[in-house]
Design a protein around this ligand. Structure first.
Ligand SMILES: Cc1cc2nc3c(=O)[nH]c(=O)nc-3n(C[C@H](O)[C@H](O)[C@H](O)COP(=O)(O)OP(=O)(O)OC[C@H]3O[C@@H](n4cnc5c(N)ncnc54)[C@H](O)[C@@H]3O)c2cc1C
Ligand code: FES
Ligand code: FES
Length: 482
């Protein structure tokens, strides 16, 4: 994949600038430098902790606020250990030092203290920032506040007291006026007053202009786990600043989703959610909220992990992929199932990037995604499997199935789909289809399980799709009665 590291889009002209807490900072560090090291090393703000440096523990969590069209700043959590500094140009970055109220604790910090939710304190800044991010967003559900800390690990307090603090914060926010304004949050002492002036201060930061070369980076959640040291001194090209990469639009029956969108962006997009109403449920099994705030669709495809969750889901949605040549500015389209060639080999040519994926929305396809991993949350899959299916009467009119962890690539299960097309949906045909499936997969034994275990898991996930989607037509007792 090295050949895709250097491209001609560049973003120089001005230094990288952003607001760190209440202060405008600028740096001429290479764009690939890591935000966490800048915060702690250059700015001497040691509240943000270094834990795993791999996005797993949440100790380095900060808030990243972006100015939207209506002069509103939208805040989300990010792990600063995986964030190239160029990705925060023009943003408001908030660390634990910037969330207190005039040297006093804010409401989140008070709740943590009052519920004994901190012991050694190493993880605490990450939790405080994650809860503050929840307060700044409009969400008001108890599941939402639990979800906000899905990327934070505490090794000594125990989660019960953190959960009690979460419930207390939720209770305080439950009765906030609709839309939960900044003014209200300031008045209730959730955030400091200086937040009010951030939109107008962000507007004054000049966008970066294209420069000569660098590493293409989406959210950095794969790149910085794999080669953080190598990237430190390099320039980086933020993909979400390339025009069109974060667009979503409906053209006739096709929904086009920009490859620069993160999983969270997709959840916040009305068009995507109309086409895929169960996406939130599926994405609960994908990484953690903070990683979903960063990792992009394009990054998941280019990483080409055989167990990439988004790759498997979009294969089952029978998506088409559009590749843009940066040199010629021409684009080409191909079915996503032709994109994955061999282990970590993809159909991306020199100077190309993934612009978007398109899915058909006219057909009323039932969609499902299943995943088994060692831990339910914040873990990559042992096996994952997705389906989209349309019935006509009791027959299968169209079906697309894909699975991860059973081949060197995210695998479109072509033969199984062909076998099931135009067949009656019943247990007998599904059992026969499973025999076809067994022949087109080749799982290997590794730390995620033996080959035999993975075969068994895939069978269970394959049957689970039909039991979940068509409970009146398919019974588990019939399927497993072999
Ligand atoms: C803690 C943690 C948990 C995770 N859990 C999961 C999980 O449950 N499921 C899962 O599937 N993945 C998981 N991941 C992996 C990762 O988050 C995803 O693969 C994510 O989608 C990668 O996107 P990114 O934008 O961060 O990629 P980056 O790291 O920015 O980029 C990855 C590669 O893709 C290239 N690239 C990115 N976008 C484009 C584009 N549009 N065109 C051309 N090249 C491009 C980059 O140059 C780079 O080579 C996890 C990662 C972490 C750190
Ligand atoms: S240091 Fe663990 S997530 Fe960043
Ligand atoms: S308080 Fe020690 S790790 Fe959480």
């Amino acid at each position: 994949m090295e050949k895709h590291m250097t491209k001609m889009f560049n973003f120089t002209g001005v230094m990288i600038q952003f607001i760190l807490n209440n202060q405008l900072v600028e740096t001429n560090l290479p764009g690939g430098s890591i935000l966490l090291d800048f915060i702690r090393g250059d700015q001497h703000l040691k509240g943000t902790k270094i834990g795993c440096r791999e996005g797993d523990c949440g100790a380095c969590t900060v808030l990243s606020g972006s100015l939207s069209d209506n002069d509103h700043v939208h805040y989300k959590t990010i792990t600063s250990c995986l964030t190239p500094i160029i990705n925060v140009h023009g943003k408001h970055i908030v660390t634990v030092e910037g969330i207190g109220i005039e040297a006093e604790l804010n409401q989140v910090q008070k709740s943590m203290l009052e519920h004994n939710a901190t012991q050694c304190g190493f993880c605490t800044p990450g939790f405080v920032i994650a809860f503050s991010g929840y307060a700044l967003n409009k969400e008001t559900s108890i599941t939402g506040i639990r979800e906000s800390i899905s990327g934070n690990i505490c090794r000594c307090t125990g989660y019960k007291s953190i959960e009690k603090a979460a419930v207390n914060i939720f209770e305080q926010l439950k009765h906030s006026p609709k839309g939960r304004s900044l003014d209200w949050l300031i008045k209730q002492r959730f955030i400091p007053k200086y937040f009010q002036k951030i939109p107008e201060r962000l507007k004054k930061i000049v966008p970066l202009s294209p420069l000569k070369a660098g590493v293409l980076v989406g959210g950095g959640t794969d790149l910085y786990v794999q080669k953080a040291e190598e990237l430190q001194g390099m320039e980086a090209i933020p993909l979400n600043q390339i025009k069109g990469l974060t667009d979503v639009f409906q053209n006739g029956t096709k929904l086009t989703i920009g490859a620069g969108l993160t999983a969270s962006d997709m959840l916040n997009n009305e068009l995507v959610m109309t086409a895929l109403p169960r996406l939130k449920e599926f994405f609960q099994l994908v990484s953690s909220q903070v990683i979903r705030n960063m990792g992009t669709l394009g990054g998941n495809l280019v990483n080409a992990s055989p167990i990439g969750d988004l790759s498997v889901l979009f294969l089952a949605l029978n998506a088409d992929i559009t590749l843009l040549n940066l040199d010629t500015e021409s684009s080409r389209k191909l079915p996503l199932k032709e994109f994955f060639k061999d282990y970590k080999k993809i159909a991306l040519q020199k100077d190309e990037l993934i612009q978007s994926l398109a899915i058909e929305t006219a057909k009323t396809m039932a969609v499902n995604f299943e995943k088994v991993s060692k831990r339910t949350y914040l873990d990559i899959a042992s096996i994952n499997c997705a389906i989209s299916i349309q019935l006509k009467g009791d027959e299968i009119k169209e079906i697309h199935l894909a699975a991860g962890g059973v081949a060197p690539i995210p695998k479109y299960l072509k033969n199984t789909c062909e076998f099931l097309t135009d067949k009656k949906l019943n247990a007998e045909n599904l059992r026969k289809a499973h025999c076809v499936m067994k022949e087109e997969i080749a799982p290997i034994s590794d730390i995620r399980g033996s080959a035999a275990y993975k075969r068994l898991l895939l069978r269970q996930l394959f049957y689970a799709h039909f039991i979940r989607l068509f409970p009146n037509r398919v019974k588990s007792s019939e399927l497993l009665n072999v």
